[in-house]
Design a protein around this ligand. Structure first.
Ligand SMILES: Nc1ncnc2c1ncn2[C@@H]1O[C@H](COP(=O)(O)OP(=O)(O)O)[C@@H](O)[C@H]1O
Ligand SMILES: [Mg+2]
Length: 744
């Protein structure tokens, strides 16, 4: 017996009054429920963070919200409804959370099926207190019947597996039960489709020759039934294909998007959106179409072939060989054309990709295109690409036409030629084939060529899908930002930052962006960062956010190495405002809250006040409910920027980074933001990057960078006397004041 339940056994049976362990609803009950979940998670070595729970603070968290909470921290979790018996028989290797009717929860730590008892522990009780034992009636009074099971994730989940053909195959394989049903339906269907032909044969051979009316009636009935079930089964088959296809499709989509989001920012900076789209989105569409369309239908056609061939051979072996030969010839021709064909198809696809990237680029940069009057140039580029795409398409179509031409007569011979040969056989050797048999053969043999041809085509498609998978994999299998999203510690930040001998070079860069940088600041410091353009200011903030991870040296927050901190946790505890900030389509309050769990409108208002955005928001006709359109044309730059600052502040981050946040603003908006800086800085560490020194004079310390090196750190008053570069920058920017002073 394991440690948990052993503890319970030791405690002995001490049934207690249920009122002792349950607390009436409300905030306390919710708190107890969360504590119970957190305690159980701690058992698996996971510290949960209240912020990750997606549930309003005043609502009793639902089982679904709780499991989502656990999953977000990398645990496997499931909410179940348990009857009493299974509860007593549960295999308890770790505590199970039982949700009580009053909104709280307890931990189930031991159970005994024979005696019909469970031992529970109240998360409020001191850990030293023994668990209490309850029986069925006592439990039924307090327990809702719901339990939350959790465990550490055992294996690398399928979302971590590299994207490959094998992975895709596994995806299909997971749907094998549904596929088996499709297969069975197809076999039945094939048999049913064969029936009418055989019946026609009987009608002609028996009824017509012997003129027996009763047989005709019987056969008509049979044909009617066969047709009816064929219709129904056909419907069922299409339905199944639809469901299987949709399921595979959904999984593929989810997986791809998730993987894409896990790629580091670097990757998106170095590759154009158009390229990434054509490498993933387009390829995935191709893979999906193959899996849910051609693959399934061809497989099903093949089943038909397996049923069909024996019957054909039974009817007339010589003719069957002829049909097979023709079908084989057709398949062979298709195979022969596959290679050159796929080359042309590839050229066509490349041309299409190039074409669409011109489109994407133009739309993306339409402001620049219009204001620089670049329309003619863009149009020329588009025309050239479009012409190339058309040409490639014609070339591919022309080549595809050729095998079609060769195949046509073979197909014709398969039908009419076989009839002639069959008639000849019937004439010369009347015993072997009757007229009815010949007709039935004709009806069936038409179905042989098609599956064989589509099988050959399938080979080609598999080649294409393999290429598509490889292309998509080349993007999706890039090293993700962090190998395990749940790994790392989640400390509560104070805000001390230290860089020790940090060096960083961007991939493919010749000179290092940061070169042996060392500095440290205490919690609550307002640090200004100055330096010429390209001196590494933004790079410092990128390292701090864990965007660029391949640096040398040590970056730490509160003495904890950044590499040991959970990446999502780190970013959630930072607030970042850049020069250009993306506002999402939605209301102003949506944009400030940015979907962060557990925050309400009052948080948005508080953040907006702090950021100096409240006054303009309140002047808008719809206030916080004003819609922001794509590109936010209804807001000025300064307003946008203040919204972005509110968004960065709404979750009260311990560390706030402003990277040239006010540089693009007009002096008035800049002054508005700067006026609020002191207020914003209260209770947090701030890193303010700016090339405008005058806005940094009030900082506790200013870091002066040059060519990736630290020249000096200190307050303005010291730097102005001792740091030549700082002096130079200062005088450059404040020449007007200098001349004014001299003038006096
Ligand atoms: N994504 C990137 N890829 C490659 N090199 C970069 C990238 N970002 C910045 N750099 C280079 O790193 C150096 C420092 O850049 P950065 O930190 O952005 O400077 P600053 O913010 O001070 O203007 C510059 O030489 C710049 O060219
Ligand atoms: Mg910069």
């Amino acid at each position: 017996m394991d440690a948990v339940s052993h503890e319970g056994q030791q405690a002995g049976i001490r049934p207690v009054d249920p009122s002792q362990v349950s607390t009436p609803g409300g905030a306390v009950a919710i708190q107890i429920r969360l504590m119970a979940i957190a305690a159980a998670a701690r058992f698996h070595g996971v510290e949960l963070e209240r912020n990750d729970l997606r549930c309003p603070t005043d609502e009793i968290p639902s089982p679904a919200a709780l499991t989502d909470w656990l999953r977000s921290s990398g645990l496997w979790a499931k909410a179940v409804n348990l009857p009493w018996k299974p509860l007593t028989g549960l295999d308890l290797t770790a505590p199970v959370v039982l949700l009580l009717t009053d909104g709280s929860a307890v931990l189930l730590v031991a159970n005994d099926k024979k005696r019909g008892l469970v031992w529970i522990r109240h998360s409020r009780l001191a850990p030293a207190d023994p668990p209490v034992a309850l029986d069925e009636t006592q439990m039924s009074r307090i327990w809702s019947g719901q339990a939350i099971l959790m465990r550490a994730k055992r294996t690398a989940a399928s979302e971590d597996a590299p994207f490959s053909l094998a992975w895709v195959a596994e995806l299909v394989w997971m749907e094998r039960h549904a596929m088996r049903d499709v297969g069975l339906a197809s076999i039945v269907l094939s048999i049913l489709t064969v029936l009418p032909a055989l019946m026609v044969m009987t009608v002609i051979d028996q009824v017509v020759t012997h003129q027996s009316l009763s047989t005709l009636v019987l056969i008509s009935l049979l044909i009617g039934t066969a047709m009816l079930s064929e219709t129904l089964l056909g419907y069922a088959r299409r339905q199944l294909i639809l469901v299987v296809g949709a399921r595979v499709d959904a999984k593929l989509n989810l997986h791809v998007f998730q993987r894409l989001l896990r790629l580091p920012l670097d990757y998106f900076e170095h590759n154009q959106a158009g390229y990434i789209w054509s490498m993933t989105g387009l390829q995935i569409t191709k893979i999906r179409e193959f899996l849910t369309g051609k693959l399934l239908t061809t497989m099903l056609d093949l089943v038909t072939l397996i049923v069909l061939l024996p019957i054909l051979f039974f009817l007339q072996p010589v003719l069957s060989w002829m049909v097979l030969l023709c079908a084989g010839l057709i398949a062979g021709i298709i195979v022969a054309f596959m290679k050159p064909m796929s080359r042309r198809v590839k050229r066509f696809i490349d041309a299409e990709t190039a074409k669409s990237s011109v489109m994407v680029e133009t739309l993306h940069g339409i402001r620049t295109v219009k204001s620089l009057a670049l329309e003619p140039q863009q149009k020329d580029r588009w025309d050239a690409r479009a012409a190339e795409a058309t040409q490639a398409k014609v070339a591919a179509g022309r080549l595809a036409n050729l095998p079609q031409m060769i195949i046509n007569p073979i197909e014709g011979f398969m039908q009419r030629g076989v009839l002639l040969v069959g008639a000849y056989i019937a004439l010369t050797d009347p015993g072997t084939v009757a007229v009815g048999g010949l007709v039935a053969f004709m009806m069936l043999s038409a179905r042989v060529a098609q599956p064989l041809a589509s099988l050959a085509k399938l080979m080609e498609d598999i080649g294409e899908v393999r290429t598509a998978t490889a292309l998509a994999a080349s993007v999706l299998n890039q090293r993700p930002e962090s190998a395990d999203p749940a790994a790392g510690i989640r400390p509560r930040f104070q805000g001390a930052i230290s860089f020790r001998k940090v060096a960083y070079s961007y991939p493919n860069a010749t000179a290092p962006a940061l070169d042996q940088i060392s500095f440290g600041i205490a919690p609550g410091t307002v640090l200004g960062v100055v330096g010429r353009s390209g001196s590494g200011k933004s790079t410092v903030t990128r390292l701090l956010q864990g965007i660029s991870r391949d640096y040398k040296g040590i970056v730490s927050i509160d003495g904890i190495d950044l590499r040991d901190i959970n990446l999502a946790h780190l970013r959630r505890n930072l607030g970042v405002v850049l020069q250009e900030n993306f506002l999402f389509r939605g209301t102003i309050s949506d944009n400030i809250l940015a979907g962060r769990p557990g925050l309400t409108l009052s948080d948005a208002v508080r953040a907006a006040r702090l950021a100096g955005a409240a006054e303009f928001i309140e002047r808008l006709p719809n206030g916080y409910e004003t819609m922001i359109e794509e590109g936010s044309p209804n807001l000025s730059g300064g307003q946008r920027q203040r919204l972005a600052i509110a968004r960065a502040l709404v979750h009260d981050p311990r560390i706030l980074i402003l990277d040239e946040a006010t540089s693009a603003l007009d002096p008035e908006s800049e002054a508005l933001v700067n006026a609020n800086l002191a207020q914003m800085a209260r209770g947090r560490t701030m890193v303010i990057v700016s090339h405008r020194l005058s806005s940094l004079t009030d900082c506790d310390a200013i870091l002066v960078l040059d060519q990736g090196r630290v020249l000096d750190v200190g307050p303005h008053s010291e730097l102005i006397t001792r740091c030549p570069t700082y002096q130079q920058l200062w005088h450059q920017q404040n020449r007007h004041m200098l001349t004014a002073q001299q003038g006096v």
